[in-house]
Ligand binder design. Structure first.
Ligand code: AMP
Length: 307
């Protein structure tokens, strides 16, 4: 099974209580791809500029990620600068330079068209809609968005929501999108907008999946996966995308989308998110082993299961 992801490939400058990094490899599609690559074949659709080198691309290809869908455009690669204070759940954006991203017209290569899974990482919702509609054969579509689009692109976002099966957003975004401060009510209102399932991420407190009534073999209850209590969160950047990579990658590796698979995917998402924050940027996602992933999956089991 394989998954296509469309989103940002970026250079990030980061400041956290553990240090700073200048112009390191980042971007939602990058974090997602590296994480999902531990579970399934990954194909990326993105754009980079002339400052993006073969060395940066090889971070993805070394993990077996197919980068033929990355367009190389004239100009500079998307740049994002962010800072985290003591609250690791909240990134403060210091600078966003769209650069080649401003004119990004995503094209899914013909060779990617047999993929059954698609993830629409956080980009303009009109582009997410375009990519989704260009792949009518996909079996499951996951998607992300951000407060910016919730604020200024409601109409396009509405179209995007009608086209995703599983939406993954954080708690603040769910409340903003629904206009409701109660999380369970907010979840139901978001589900009314289109998705069959909604994953709400609570940062260091884990994530909850809510199901639309009657979907994925019925049942009414949401399901929550914890986050691992970690001594040191060095850099939270990419935690959400790494969660999404583990979540979608695991689903793609199973070949069927049942409630049981979705619940396990919540744990694999949490596992990958917990690794991502241990080091800056993509560092930890580059060098994991399957044994480490399985070991941590068992640590999550220990965290929540009674004897
Ligand atoms: P996350 O921490 O998982 O929410 O995602 C962080 C990544 O998103 C960083 O590596 C950034 O390069 C990227 N990013 C930040 N702002 C934007 C944006 N407006 N559009 C697309 N990607 C972004």
């Amino acid at each position: 099974m394989s998954i296509v992801v469309v989103g940002s490939v970026a250079f990030d400058s980061l400041k956290t209580p553990y240090g700073t990094r200048d112009k390191i490899l980042g971007g939602a599609a990058t974090h997602f791809s590296l994480s999902a690559s531990y579970f399934t074949d990954v194909r990326v659709v993105a754009v980079v500029g002339e400052d993006f080198t073969a060395e940066e691309e090889s971070v993805m290809t070394r993990r077996g990620v197919d980068t033929r869908g990355i367009q190389h455009a004239k100009g500079k690669t998307f740049f994002w600068a962010g800072e985290y204070g003591d609250n690791v759940n909240e990134a403060k954006t210091l600078d966003t330079q769209l650069n080649v991203f401003e004119k990004f017209d995503p094209q899914v290569p013909a060779d990617y068209m047999d993929s059954e899974y698609l993830f629409l990482a956080n980009i303009h919702p009109a582009l997410q809609v375009k990519v989704r509609d260009s792949m009518p054969g996909v079996k499951l579509v996951g998607g992300d968005t951000m407060n910016l689009w919730i604020n200024i692109e409601r109409e396009n976002l509405g179209e995007m929501l009608k086209r995703v099966d599983v939406l993954l957003i954080n708690a603040g975004e769910a409340k903003m999108l629904s206009g409701d401060g109660s999380l369970p009510r907010a979840a139901n209102k978001v589900l009314d907008l289109g998705p069959k399932a909604l994953v709400i991420k609570h940062g260091e407190y884990g994530a909850t999946i809510f199901f639309r009534d009657g979907e994925f073999a019925g049942g009414h209850h949401p399901f929550r996966a914890p986050a691992l209590p970690l001594d040191e969160v060095r850099d939270p950047t990419g935690a959400g995308d790494s969660f999404a990579g583990g979540f979608m990658g695991y689903i793609a590796s199973q070949g069927e989308v049942t409630r049981r698979v979705l619940k396990h995917a919540m744990f694999y998402g949490s596992v990958m998110g917990s690794f991502a924050v241990e080091r800056f940027g993509t560092e930890r996602m580059q060098s994991l082993t399957r044994e480490e992933i399985d070991e941590r999956f068992n640590a999550f089991r220990e965290l929540t299961h009674l004897d």
